[in-house]
Ligand binder design. Structure first.
Ligand SMILES: [Zn+2]
Length: 332
């Protein structure tokens, strides 16, 4: 666990560094704890609130990462992005002048990062944990309850990490009126293309905001120049049980079901950064379960720099989503 712990502490240190960049603009909170590891450790889950308090309340957007402990490239993208926003006010002026507030959890699954595994310390894959049943999921990969020693295990109840994330989403976004609120969850995965997915993962049925998500995708692809991002509902790529965003999204609408004129829009997006572009050069990467999701060191740095600095396409798309969509008057 030592190497994983060292990495976890490096990230925790970076969270503090981000918080220190603009102390009057960043609040750091300990938001919950991971499931207990075998040695008794419970790892703290941190949240960052970035922006003026009125913007955080009335014009919130969100970004989270580290749901899967092996996909630490997402954590680095998130931290580089926040660092860049805070260190360069021109990059995202809306954050500094009170037009947008960012709610962030850099590491949803700190225990998985410390233990260097995809799942949480109890062996549960958090993106299979919500209890939502898929209409027709891929066998095994789509989530199972066979054994916690196998990947993609769903668990039997909502894990502490899933509950902490839900509480965070509920408190940060559910009560905000009249706003479009994108929340981006950064992952890394198969393939060499960067995907941006919206609900549902459990069914090919369209979600109620499908037309809105489609226009966001068109806008970012054509007008904002993110032509390499692949937009679509998650179920277009694969269908899984237990996606957390399916659960939170449906709860959002259940929560507001009695208000027929409710105008807020909670818009969860999963950004999956393709990390396989270097496969041809280093095919042995396939043989290592950790490296499947992480490019080699040099390529990793290139990927991170490409994504997290101007004119980085993926991250500036997050900024664009925040800028354009925190304004409900935009015609969608
Ligand atoms: Zn993932």
């Amino acid at each position: 666990m030592v190497r994983g712990l060292r990495r976890l502490h490096r990230f925790e240190k970076r969270i503090l560094e981000v918080a220190r960049l603009q102390e009057d603009l960043v609040h750091i909170e300990q938001y919950g704890f991971s499931r207990k590891a075998d040695n008794g450790f419970r790892f703290p889950i941190y949240a960052l609130r970035i922006g003026k308090s009125s913007a955080l309340k009335k014009r919130p957007v969100g970004i989270v990462a580290g749901v899967h402990g092996l996909e630490t490239i997402g954590v680095r993208i998130l931290l580089d992005f926040l660092h860049h926003c805070l260190a360069n006010p021109d990059f995202f002026p809306e954050l500094h002048n009170g037009k947008v507030g960012i709610h962030a959890i850099p590491m949803v699954n700190p225990g998985g990062i410390a233990l260097r595994r995809r799942s949480n310390p109890a062996g549960v894959d958090l993106m299979r944990n919500s209890g939502v049943e898929a209409v027709r999921s891929m066998p095994f990969f789509g989530g199972h309850r066979l054994s916690k020693h196998l990947p993609y295990y769903r668990g039997n109840t909502l894990e502490p990490e899933s509950r902490a994330l839900y509480r965070f989403i509920f408190q940060s976004f559910f009560a905000t009126k009249g706003r479009l609120m994108p929340v981006v969850d950064v992952h890394s995965g198969f393939g060499s293309v960067d995907h941006v997915w919206w609900p549902y993962a459990s069914t090919k049925e369209p979600c109620r905001d499908t037309p809105l998500f489609e226009s966001m995708g068109r806008f970012l692809k054509i007008q904002a120049g993110h032509s390499k991002l692949n937009f679509g509902p998650q179920s277009e790529s694969y269908t899984t049980h237990g996606d957390l965003w399916d659960l939170y999204y449906d709860h959002y609408w259940k929560y507001h079901e009695s208000d027929k004129n409710w105008k807020g829009r909670f818009l969860p997006l999963t950004l999956e950064v393709g990390t396989w572009s270097d496969l041809r050069e280093s095919p042995t990467r396939m043989l290592n379960r950790k490296n499947i999701f992480n490019p080699d060191a040099e390529r990793k740095q290139q990927t991170i720099s490409a994504i997290s600095k101007i004119p980085a396409r993926s991250v500036s798309s997050i900024a664009d989503i925040g800028k354009r969509l925190a304004q409900p008057e935009i015609a969608m």
